[in-house]
Design a protein around this ligand. Structure first.
Ligand code: KIV
Length: 266
């Protein structure tokens, strides 16, 4: 299988084929996601919640993102690796934004970056694109804006908010983003944005009409239980499997059944 590129994203949209994307944060899971034939792996700042056990994504740092992205890049043969810009790595200045985005490509082996925000980050998108850094933008529910939004709430529900999101989508496309992630917005609005834009849309909680879909890996495989959003579909329950295996190991050690002769040297 050939390495996926951002041109493949555009080709898939033009051919009406769906784009598949999942998060991953380390070598073993990135290897599995890649082997499954997923088009793109997002090293999301959601790792703050599902790997680091934080309440939200705000404390995640650039160095942590680089550390995780390196592990993912090392594992991946075919998928495109996208590094997620953490809170305050791109908001304060254009220079910060370009330098930090560049680190994902230069140090961590990513082929593109993702950032949250609409019109307010259009200049950052323009500057990164000019610096040959492909950008995926992210609007709707943007977890780094949790305090402004007052929680993880569906966005774009009123006519005015929907109109604004549609405008932001066009601003982002004009700024040069190669794709747009739509999170937790009504499916009719996501459909309209998808129809109007030339670049592909990737939905999470945005209904079936987006050009592609993304989910957080730990939600998909049942490794994150603190809360399960309505838009998540759990395809496996690895936590229960792991728990069963570890409990059995504990019991066997306690009973003196492990190790047996089979696991011992003569
Ligand atoms: O950080 C993340 O994992 C995300 C999700 C919306 C996919 O941005």
């Amino acid at each position: 299988m050939a390495k996926t590129t951002i041109q493949d994203f555009l080709k898939k949209k033009s051919e009406g084929r769906k784009i598949t994307m999942l998060t991953a944060y380390d070598y073993p899971f990135a290897q599995i996601v890649d082997e499954a034939g997923i088009d793109a792996i997002l090293v999301g700042d959601s790792l703050g919640m599902v790997v680091q056990g934080l309440d939200n994504t705000l404390p995640v740092t650039m160095d942590e993102m680089i550390y995780h992205t390196k592990m993912v890049s090392r594992a991946v043969k075919n998928a495109i690796v996208i590094g997620d810009m953490p809170f305050m790595s791109y908001q304060a200045s254009i220079e910060d934004a370009v330098r930090n985005a560049g680190r994902f490509l230069k140090e961590a082996g990513a082929s593109a970056i993702k950032l949250e925000g609409g019109a307010e980050v259009a200049e950052q998108i323009r500057a990164m694109t000019r610096s040959e850094i492909p950008v995926m933008a992210h609007i709707g529910l943007t977890p780094q804006a949790i305090h402004r939004m007052g929680g993880y709430k569906v966005q774009g529900k009123t006519e005015e908010a929907a109109k604004r999101l549609l405008e932001e989508a066009h601003i982002i496309e004009d700024a040069g983003a190669f794709a747009l992630l739509l999170e937790a917005i009504p499916m009719k609005l996501a459909h309209k944005i998808t129809e109007e834009l030339l670049i592909p849309t990737i939905g999470i909680g945005a209904g079936p009409h987006c050009d592609g879909q993304v989910l957080v890996l730990h939600d998909v495989i049942g490794m994150f239980e603190r809360f399960v959003p309505k838009f998540v579909k759990r395809y496996a329950n690895l936590k229960d499997e792991a728990l069963k295996a570890i409990r059995t190991y504990r019991e066997e050690v306690e009973k003196g059944e492990f190790p047996s002769e089979e696991q011992s040297f003569k």
